[in-house]
Write a protein that binds this ligand. Structure first.
Ligand SMILES: Nc1ncnc2c1ncn2[C@@H]1O[C@H](COP(=O)(O)OP(=O)(O)OP(=O)(O)O)[C@@H](O)[C@H]1O
Length: 251
């Protein structure tokens, strides 16, 4: 079995006392796994990301990243996160400086930082935007710049929060192709775009009521109509069609 990149044990968290968001959560992501995280609005998907990224502090439990405990406030380049609201993570005067921020903080030489900025910007197709101020970019452009930023760090685990939100067909396809090619990274992708998860993920986790309600093959979990409806989710269109074919064939 491949080694774990993220291990979450007995994790509990609340923003306000008496209103738990996550309760005794257990989760392991292994090297090379691409895991979709689904659940209704407010289930705690973003909260889980912020805890794994050391931005929030757990009430109890442990989180380990690449075999080392996550300590809130300590920079861990092994983990790259694209926030749901990308405006929260692009803050430099130019795209080039934004992409260089992570690798520079890793203590890399200016030549290596430049090499990574160039390579990540080409991979994501944002090389023409390098001199632009990030706040002037479109939503889709900003998201690809944020992706380029974590690729430039060479993170082993990517936490992507609604990566396809507000992307047009071209950007959405570019994102899917890009993530499909990154076999070297593990990914946890929170999304309401279930078709994207069907294309990208080999495993899906359903988070609701503070804990994991299902964990398994994407097609199996997402085609489970009762389970999906119970947590306010719909069976994705492509699976509805294949279910229909299945029932028609069986007569
Ligand atoms: N800073 C905060 N203070 C208090 N409550 C918060 C805070 N941030 C989030 N919450 C609450 O925590 C719960 C979980 O929110 P979270 O953003 O993690 O859910 P989510 O699963 O990512 O939802 P969505 O699918 O809508 O993005 C929600 O009820 C939300 O209102």
């Amino acid at each position: 079995m491949t080694s774990a990149v993220l291990e979450v044990k007995d994790l509990s968290f609340c923003y306000e006392e008496g209103r738990p968001i996550l309760q005794d959560l257990h989760l392991t992501i292994r090297e090379g796994e691409r895991v979709g995280l689904i659940g209704p609005n407010g289930a705690g998907k973003t909260t889980l990301f912020l805890l794994a990224g050391g931005i929030l502090k757990a009430v109890s439990g442990q989180i380990r990243l690449c075999n080392q405990p996550v300590v809130p406030g300590i920079f861990r380049p092994e983990l790259g996160m694209v926030f749901q609201n990308v405006n929260d993570q692009l803050f430099c005067p130019s795209v080039r400086e934004d992409l260089a921020f992570g690798p520079t903080n890793m203590g890399l030489s200016p030549q290596e930082v430049e090499r990574r900025v160039r390579s990540a910007s080409i991979e994501t197709g944002v090389e023409k935007l390098l001199e632009r101020p990030p706040h002037q970019l479109s939503g889709g452009e900003k998201r690809m710049v944020a992706m380029a930023g974590i690729l430039a760090m060479g993170s082993r685990l990517l936490l992507l929060d609604e990566p396809s939100a507000n992307l047009d067909m071209r950007y959405r396809r570019r994102l899917i192709n890009l993530l499909q090619k990154r076999q070297d990274c593990s990914m946890l992708i929170a999304s309401h775009d279930l078709e994207v998860l069907l294309e990208l993920c080999d495993r899906v986790i359903l988070l609701a009521e503070g804990t994991i309600q299902a964990d398994g093959l994407p097609k199996k979990i997402m085609a489970h109509t009762d389970l999906m409806h119970q947590y306010g989710l719909e069976v994705p269109h492509s699976l509805r069609r294949s279910l229909r074919k299945f029932y028609i064939r069986r007569g």
